[in-house]
Write a protein that binds this ligand. Structure first.
Ligand code: URA
Length: 198
């Protein structure tokens, strides 16, 4: 049992549970504030994240910051950001089942300590890790999932991964970017409700 985020991070720093330990430059543990109502779980570190030891610092991360900023949210004051796995898979391939399994205790411990009210599952890897086989992201994005085990009552929403948005430039009605705009507004509405409770 972990009691503090720092303890989990220290465990990750020396983790050798899967073969990604051999190829990583840095572990990528988290960014953002440690006591948020809103947590985002991405997929896995990429090239720049591995170099800097921080999640979502490459192009996809810059777009993510813009998406948050469009509704007044930021990692400096509102959000805790992490990934399903903490080490970069070579060539940015999808994480293997054994890598997700090995890293799972760290993600679960992060959720246990932070106890966010809202969790955004960014892309298929995060969705399937937390929600299991609920279908592809295009069908389930933008929907709230509640009553999930091991998330302390958090509301969960699958959203598109920003790297998918970077590959789909259209802003037309119904396009991935347009859908993301609907989703972030819904997330912002829910977040504001939580703020008004305080
Ligand atoms: N993509 C992710 O899912 N996470 C990162 O940290 C960077 C890119």
């Amino acid at each position: 049992m972990y009691e503090q985020l720092e303890e989990i991070k220290n465990k990750c720093l020396s983790c050798q549970k899967c073969s990604l330990a051999k190829t990583r430059t840095n572990i990528v543990f988290s960014d953002g504030i440690p006591n948020p109502k809103l947590m985002l779980i991405g997929e896995a570190p990429g090239f720049y994240e591995d170099k800097q030891g921080k999640p979502f610092v490459g192009k996809a991360g810059q777009l993510l910051d813009k998406i948050f900023a469009s509704v007044g949210l930021s990692r400096k004051k509102d959000v805790y950001i992490c990934n399903t796995i903490k080490c970069r898979p070579p060539e940015n391939r999808n994480p293997l089942p054994e890598e997700k399994e090995a890293c799972r205790e760290y993600l679960d411990a992060q959720i246990d300590i932070i106890r966010p009210k809202i969790i955004l599952l960014c892309g298929n890897v995060a969705v399937h890790s937390i929600l299991g086989d609920v279908g592809g992201i295009t069908k389930i994005r933008g929907k709230w999932f509640e009553g999930q085990k091991n998330v302390h009552g958090a509301k969960l929403m699958p959203i598109f991964h920003p790297s998918y948005l970077l590959r789909n430039d259209s802003r037309e009605k119904g396009s991935p970017k347009w859908l993301m705009w609907q989703d972030i507004q819904e997330i912002s509405r829910e977040y504001k409700k939580l703020e008004n409770l305080n």
